[in-house]
Design a binder for this molecule. Sequence first.
Ligand SMILES: *[C@@H]1O[C@H](CO)[C@@H](O)[C@H](O)[C@H]1NC(C)=O
Ligand SMILES: *[C@@H]1O[C@H](CO)[C@@H](O)[C@H](O)[C@H]1NC(C)=O
Ligand SMILES: *[C@@H]1O[C@H](CO)[C@@H](O)[C@H](O)[C@H]1NC(C)=O
Ligand SMILES: *[C@@H]1O[C@H](CO)[C@@H](O)[C@H](O)[C@H]1NC(C)=O
Length: 376
Amino acid sequence: MATHRAWFLSFLLLFLVSNYLVLLIRPCAAKFPSCTFDSIYQFGDSISDTGNFIREVPIGAASVYAHLPYGKTFFNMPTGRASNGLLMVDYLALAAHLPLLNPYLKSHSDFTHGVNFAVVGSTALDTSSLAKLNIIPLYTNSSLNVQLQWFKTHLSSICKSKTECAQRLEKSLFMMGEIGLNDCNYAFIEGKTIEEVEKIVPEVFQAIKNATKEVIDHGALRIVVPGSFPLGCFPFYLTTLKSNDSAAYDEFKCLKDLNNFSMYYNNLLQQSILELNQEYPNVVVVYADYYNAFQWLLQDAPYLGFDVGSIRKACCGIGGDYNFDPTRPCGAQMVPVCRHPERRISWDGMHLTQEAYKQMAKWLIRDIMPKIHFIV
Ligand SMILES: *[C@@H]1O[C@H](CO)[C@@H](O)[C@H](O)[C@H]1NC(C)=O
Ligand SMILES: *[C@@H]1O[C@H](CO)[C@@H](O)[C@H](O)[C@H]1NC(C)=O
Ligand SMILES: *[C@@H]1O[C@H](CO)[C@@H](O)[C@H](O)[C@H]1NC(C)=O
Ligand SMILES: *[C@@H]1O[C@H](CO)[C@@H](O)[C@H](O)[C@H]1NC(C)=O
C-alpha cells in the first residue's frame, strides 16, 4: 500500500514537473492553455483546393474549375475552387481572422499565414501505389506525398534549423484532408464493389498516418483529420448507383450501402487517429466529423434556409432526378445554374455550395476548436 502510494506520488510529481517544463518550452503546446493560431497548412483535394489544380494543368485543357460558373457567387470569377464560392478552409481562415490561404502553386504569393497544398482530384496514395491496386487517378498525380514535398520545400524557405522550424509551426493548424476519398471514388468509378474498396481503405489511412507523423516530426502540434461525407447523399452517386429498390434508401433518401461505407471509413479513420494520439501524447490530432455535420444540414435544412424540395439536387447541372448527368456536368455547354445557389446543398453533384460549406464549417469549428485548445 505504502509503496503504491509512493509510486503514485512520484509519478504525479514527475507528471507535473514534465508538464511544467513542456509549458515553459512551448507556451502554446497541446493540452495547455488555449491560444490563437496564426497560420493554416492545408493538405487535401477539391474540398479544399483554392487554386492549385488549375495552375497544374494547362488552362482550358481539363479544368472546368478555371471557368464560370465556378466562383460566380462570391468572387464573380473562377479561382480554382470547386464550388460557387468559398470553401470550408476559407471559413476557417475568416473565423481565425486570417487572410484566405493562397495556393502553393500561385507564384509570388504571400504565405505568411500558411499555405494551401490541396489539389483537385488528389489521392492519399501515390499514383504508383494506386496502380498496384488497379486504380488510376483521373485528374492529378499530386498525391499527399507530393504535397508533403511541397510543404518541406516551403518550410526550408521560412526557417533553417529543426528547432526554428518547430517554433514557426507552434501556432499553426494543420488540416490533413479531407484526403483519401478520391482513392475510393476512383475505385468506385472504375468498377470496384464496396467490399473491394473497403479492402483498400487501411492502406489509404496508412498514407494519412505517415503524412501526419511527418508533419509532427517537423513541429506540428495540432492536426485535424477530416473523415467522409455521407457519400450516398451526393447526386453523383445517387445518379450513377440509382436503385429501383426503395429499401436501398435511408430516411433521407440517400443510398444506404454507400453511407454504410462512409461510416466504415470513418470508424477506421478514428481508430488511426486514436493510434496517433497514443503515439504522440504532446500533440493533438482530432477527427473532423464531416458525416454528422452533413447530416445536420439535411436534418435542419428548412431552418438553415435550404430548399427541402431539392435537397438532393445539384444546383449546377441538368437532367435526371438529381439535376445531374455525368455526361453533361456543371461547366459544360448549356448546363444551367439554379436561381438560388444559397438554397442548395450540392453545387455540381460532387462538391457543395458555398452556403453548405459555410454551415458545415460553422458546425465543425464549434466542435473542433475546444478539443485542440485554439480560440477563434
Ligand atoms: C500521372 O502519371 C501518369 C503515369 O506516371 C502519367 O501517364 C500521367 O500523364 C500523369 N497525369 C498527370 C495529370 O500528370
Ligand atoms: C508508411 O510508412 C511506412 C514506414 O516508413 C512504409 O513502410 C509504408 O510503405 C508507408 N505507407 C504508405 C501507404 O505510405
Ligand atoms: C428496375 O426495374 C425495372 C422494371 O421494374 C427492371 O427491368 C430493371 O432491371 C430494374 N433495374 C434495376 C437496376 O434493378
Ligand atoms: C455495413 O458495413 C459493414 C462493414 O463495415 C458490413 O459488415 C455490413 O454488412 C454493412 N451493412 C449493411 C447493411 O450493408
